[in-house]
Design a protein around this ligand. Structure first.
Ligand code: NAD
Ligand code: GLY
Length: 368
């Protein structure tokens, strides 16, 4: 297979800047990235039960080629396992494996592994460096970049966590070859989101490359993965701690996180909940006169083309509203919504009244 390093994008954060390498068959770049961290002794290789048998051994061999002992920490897979108890377990495995302050953590997996391992790296001995090797679309286009680490609480999504930037992100598109179709589609919701918030051209690309992307044509996937990383890197570089523009990335998430919370993280995949959330955000923006119905229809058509949900008849509206009020984006009881004004551009609104949010949620029940 061809070794192909396609792109290097930089997240510019002063002395915490780091590279995102995107390519095919590029796991061999891991030793040089590990070397940059200055790590010695041990590297914790955090992954999950699905990814471990697929890529664990290969990554382990590159860790060992870097002169480090790999301490394997394999989590149960799934959003419901992204809980505080995992952090304690991982820290126990780090201690048993002999990690110390000169060690490094590697997160090999989807967003669940990345968010959990990143949080454990931040907490263990008050902070170890970590490297992200994302293996899902969600993780390659979103969660591995930007340093948001967290676990869920039964009452609210991603509510326990810290900002802790990785030292590097190594994106090997070949790892997507084993990704289940449903996970692929869910991840594409985050790409569509990037188009809506920042790049009408990316959105148009997603509209016109549905078949190739769903067939996992890696040539077709390169542009959306790379463009998503560029968008995210630029936003994170400008606003690491989400005081302003970074909140744009939460498009669809005020509704989506609530849907995840009320379904105990078990009904919808994260990207599916975000697809529903984007639909509700589109309906809300239209009701507020920010976009027209044609915008809502266009967004819905693209989301549905990727087999993602835009309606859910059983949606418990009042429970969702209650969950939305517990969201991190709430300030002094005021909900913040990221709403589109045209394709590629969003605004922040804190003047949405509860009845308008309820009405947007109601629309998801009927698909109206
Ligand atoms: P996930 O980590 O649960 O992975 C999805 C499933 O695919 C899992 O069963 C996993 O074992 C499996 N899998 C992963 N890679 C595979 C591969 N290459 N081949 C076969 N199977 C594979 O889910 P996700 O969608 O990657 O991530 C969702 C999580 O990411 C959510 O918790 C969400 O909150 C978080 N997230 C975080 C950020 C952030 O900025 N930190 C951004 C977006 C999403
Ligand atoms: N996924 C949203 C963010 O990283 O800010």
């Amino acid at each position: 297979m061809d070794r192909q390093v396609i792109e290097e994008i930089r997240v510019a954060l002063g002395d915490r800047s780091y590279p995102i390498l995107i390519g095919r068959n590029i796991l061999e770049r891991l030793p040089e990235l590990l070397e940059r961290t200055g790590a010695e002794g041990s590297a914790a290789l955090v992954t999950d039960e699905h990814v471990a048998p697929l890529y664990g051994q290969t990554v382990r061999s590159w860790v060992e080629k870097a002169g480090l002992a790999a301490v394997e920490c394999t989590m149960a897979a799934g959003e419901e396992h992204k809980r505080l108890a995992r952090i304690e377990e991982l820290c126990g495995q780090f201690l048993e494996g002999g990690l110390d302050r000169s060690s490094v953590v590697i997160a090999l997996g989807g967003g669940v592994v990345g968010d959990t391992a990143g949080f454990a790296a931040a907490a263990f001995m008050r902070g170890l460096p970590y490297i992200q090797i994302p293996t899902t679309i969600v993780a390659q286009v979103d969660s591995s970049v930007g340093g948001k680490t967290a676990v869920n609480h039964p009452l609210a999504k991603n509510i326990i966590g810290v900002f802790h930037q990785p030292s590097a992100v190594l994106i090997d598109l070949e790892l997507l070859s084993t990704l289940p179709d449903r996970e692929l589609r869910a991840g594409l919701a985050e790409v569509i989101k990037h188009g809506v918030i920042a790049d009408a051209e990316l959105f148009a690309y997603m509209e016109s490359h549905v078949d190739a992307i769903l067939a996992k044509d890696l040539d077709a996937l390169l542009y959306p993965v790379k463009r998503s990383c560029e968008i995210k890197a630029a936003i994170v570089s400008a606003d690491e701690h989400e005081h302003g523009v970074r909140a744009n990335l939460n498009y669809g998430h005020t509704f989506g996180h609530a849907i995840e919370a009320v379904t105990a993280y078990g009904t919808f995949l994260h990207g599916e909940a975000i697809a529903l959330g984007m639909q509700a955000a589109g309906v809300l923006a239209c009701a507020l006169g920010l976009v027209d119905q044609a915008f809502v229809d266009r967004q819905r058509a693209c989301v549905e083309a990727y087999g993602l949900p835009t309606q859910w008849p059983e949606l418990p509206v009042e429970e969702c509203l209650a969950a939305m009020k517990r969201d991190k984006k709430v300030r002094s009881g005021t909900m913040k919504f990221i709403l589109a004004v045209r394709m590629g551009s969003v605004v922040h609104r804190t003047d949405v009244i509860e009845a308008q949010a309820r009405s947007a949620l109601e629309s998801l029940k009927s698909g109206a």
